[in-house]
Design a protein around this ligand. Sequence first.
Ligand code: FAD
Length: 466
Amino acid sequence: MIPERYDTIVIGAGLSGMAAGIRLAMFGQRVAVLEQHYLWGGLNSFYKRGGHLFDTGMHALTNYVPKGTRGTPLARVCKQLRISHDELNLLPQKTSQVVCAGHRVRFSNQVELLIEEIGRCFPARVDAFVALVDELRDAPLGEPDPSSARERLTARLGDADLVDLLLVPTCYYGSARENDVDWDQFVILFRSIFLEGLAMPAEGIRPFLALFKDRLVAAGAELRLKSDVARIEVEGGAARAVVLADGTRLATDRVISSAGWVETMHLCGEALESEHVRPGDAGRLSFVETICVLDRWPHELGPDMDAAVIFYSTGERFRYERPDRLVDVSSGVISMPTNFAGTPAEREPLFRVTVLADHERWVALEEDEYVARKQLLSDAALEATTAFCADVRPHETFRDVFTPRTLTKYTRKLGGAIYGSPRKRPDGSTPVAGLYLCGTDQGFLGVIGAAVSGISIATQHAMAAR
Ligand SMILES: Cc1cc2nc3c(=O)[nH]c(=O)nc-3n(C[C@H](O)[C@H](O)[C@H](O)COP(=O)(O)OP(=O)(O)OC[C@H]3O[C@@H](n4cnc5c(N)ncnc54)[C@H](O)[C@@H]3O)c2cc1C
């Protein structure tokens, strides 16, 4: 039998895979986007439980800029995928907060508020902080620099509390490295959170993803759901085909994989995996998220409950590492998705809290114990947040919890590590000719970052190779 042949095969229908697929199909390639799950979206998908519709990974879209702002990642995604800013229907945040080292610092999509708040809490450091902001605003992107952001910030700002305060949001929104962020990632994350800003699609992630899916199909790409890639065939050092779990063989000379570095090398077979994957390549950071449906809007529960997002650390020092127990509730992120400007009244009020978790410990639990621990530890996470915001539990009408186990099941991320490998591959190349990485392990994270990654890898490699 002659196998089906594609110009490029994309593994994964998350944001990066769909963006790559759209770009390639727009330029006339025969493209298949293969997704193991029955839904698209990857880490940012959606589901229904107990009669409620939930988004999986949507706290706030980073990289928000108003319509008409040029030269930013969001503008690039809109332009290159031919999606208009209006279609995305984004609601900007009003304010968010970082609670750390005994301070509560507010920020908005105008960096001036953050500067004012840093001035209030760290008056002796504000000039150094302003100089840092200026430097980060103009820093060239794309140059790999894995040096320690913690060390560089300490040298610049000279205050461990202020450094922790800047690391809590940047680590939680994208660092695969324990207790730190690579400097190049820090620059990207700082800009995407503080210099650009946060927003929420008015109706959540579903219509947002539908835009991507519809563009993909309209451009002529094939979106093949429930298509689990079991193997990438490599011959003479080059990718030649992918083989699905049901035995279907799809021939190609180019594969773009959003599955992750370690996961992709695993698909290439044991010999290549053991030759190229090094100890420490697998990500160690995973999370448990508790989602509470509330009987009222969070801002009705107290003065600090109007934030879109609260990044917090309640310990003496910020710990961002795989915990030596099921969860570590001493730091985390709270998301209140209805606290954005102009949220439609019919949206259900939610309170989400995400904390660090140890994947291995969750996987080792027997089913009964797993269910019991989920309840107990989501309670512990909610309890921890009462140190600095209202207790939402009396107003909770439904709760769902996802764990590292859930993340691995639905996205195939090894170790439930949503930010992937700590060793990023910025040029997307792999040791296999014609096989490239996009998305998380290329080094661009978040919804918009992932889409930028898909676009650039498609442009640099697969389209250039035509
Ligand atoms: C809890 C949580 C909260 C988040 N909050 C935010 C947020 O508020 N704002 C924000 O911007 N970002 C957020 N993110 C991050 C964001 O979701 C990711 O950075 C981004 O979606 C990554 O996209 P990706 O395409 O690189 O990878 P993924 O979304 O992981 O896509 C990879 C896809 O490949 C598929 N796949 C893997 N292996 C195979 C295989 N063998 N065969 C076929 N298919 C395969 C997977 O099923 C998956 O669909 C959050 C993530 C999580 C989990």
